[in-house]
Design a protein around this ligand. Structure first.
Ligand code: PLP
Length: 399
């Protein structure tokens, strides 16, 4: 028999994955081009040429058993050096390779970070709506997830007053994700400063560290020149969990890092703990070949303008049809209000027109849906007719 913990996880199996499966079945029935699947955040933009070139050149030029071999659990030194140099140049920081642990994407980065800082019965705060997997990651360590309610009045910017109220002596960490999945919003410098002020004040009051974990798979995916503040500049006990999944369109390759700046309390021990957590989680080390590729591609990113084109077209058309949407500033999601307030019902009705998206109940935020626009532009263009029928069904006023 499976364990009680796994039983719970199986029962709550991801709605997003379920939608993806439904999409697959619909596509078999109606043909790929007639199904508008906006359920999954799987990058649609091509992998940059530099990534594939790097793979070929590494395989040609480097000694094979070194390319594919074990290395120290925190990852190759030269790879971490390239990343630290790149960040130092971009953000004026002064990291060294010692501050980085290479991981299998952000999912693994978050898991091994949480494993390294959490004790049973502590609490981790998340801002709703939030990436649904956080709940599984946190509860895995017998720790309570504390949600801050969605800020419906103010474009889903974190509610700072509620944050302050919910911090107590059990609070170990707060997770933020900007650019955000599922809302697409980017937290401004002011918002980050407000969060750090509250955390610093509470740290003093409670006499212990509260970590700010910044989950950053979408850091490079921003539009209209929007700036993403570099979080560790604003709060001392920041841990950054980064991923190349979306930046380089390589989610299946599983590569990212944890960054623990020197300023973090007890940083050396924490880095060692995260490194060991990487090993004992069974992942051992981030995949070798793709680590080496990252070293050659630290300053490369995918074609963000394609996502931007999708974003503009979809947003403009949804608004024109009468849907209420949060204007996305980053990532590749549009957050749309369910016209009658029932997000699950909205998704069911949308399916009649072969439109697939995810109810935000699964992100801790009833009444909205997430539309992932990381698809071909053609899919978005051809879907507008279906959105129009859906809008008519809800008697929305076209603008
Ligand atoms: N965090 C957020 C907010 C995400 O949206 C995702 C993936 O979609 C992840 C973490 C996991 O990313 P990775 O593929 O790097 O594990």
């Amino acid at each position: 028999m499976i364990s009680d913990k796994m039983k719970k996880l199986v029962e709550n199996n991801s709605v997003i994955r379920e939608m993806f499966e439904e999409g697959r079945i619909l596509k078999e029935k109606y043909g790929e081009e007639n199904v508008f699947d906006f359920s999954l955040g799987n990058p649609s933009v091509d992998v940059p040429k530099e990534v594939n070139d790097a793979i070929y050149s590494i395989l040609k030029e480097e000694e094979q058993n070194l390319v594919h071999g074990y290395m120290s659990n925190e990852g190759y030194k030269d790879v971490r050096e390239s990343i630290s140099n790149s960040l130092n140049k971009r953000f004026g920081t002064s990291f060294s390779y010692n501050n980085f642990i290479m991981t299998s994407g952000a999912a693994s980065a978050l898991n091994i970070t949480l494993k390294s800082i959490l004790n049973k019965d502590e609490e981790v705060i998340v801002f709703a709506p939030y990436f649904s997997e956080y709940k599984c990651y946190i509860e895995n360590y017998d720790v309570k997830v504390v949600e801050i309610s969605p800020n419906f009045e103010n474009d889903f910017i974190p509610n700072i007053e509620e944050l302050e109220k919910k911090i107590n002596k059990a609070t170990r960490a707060v997770i933020i994700n900007t650019p955000n999945n599922p809302t697409g919003i980017v937290y401004s410098k002011d918002v980050i400063c407000d969060i750090s002020k509250v955390l610093s004040k509470k740290e003093k009051e409670l006499g212990r560290e509260i970590f700010l974990i910044s989950d950053e798979p979408y850091r490079e995916l921003v539009y209209d020149g929007k700036e993403v503040p570099f979080i560790s500049k604003y709060y001392k006990n920041t841990i950054i969990c980064y991923s190349y999944s979306k930046t380089l369109s390589i989610p299946g390759e599983r590569i990212g890092y944890v960054l623990v700046p020197d300023e973090v309390d007890d940083s050396k021990n924490l880095i060692q703990a995260i490194t060991i957590a990487n090993r004992v989680s069974g992942i051992v080390n981030a995949p070798s070949l793709i680590q080496k590729v990252i070293s050659k591609c630290v300053d490369i990113k995918c074609d963000v303008s394609s996502y931007d084109k999708n974003r503009r077209y979809l947003y403009d058309n949804l608004v024109r049809l009468g849907f209420e949407c949060v204007k996305p500033e980053g990532a590749f999601y549009i957050f749309v209000k369910a016209p009658l307030g029932d997000d699950k019902e909205f998704c069911i009705r949308a399916k009649k027109y072969n439109l697939l998206f995810v109810p935000a109940t699964s992100f801790g935020c009833k009444g909205y849906v997430r539309i992932a626009y990381c698809t071909k532009f053609e899919t978005i263009k051809n879907s507008i007719n279906s959105f129009s029928k859906l809008a008519k069904e809800y008697n929305l006023q076209e603008k």
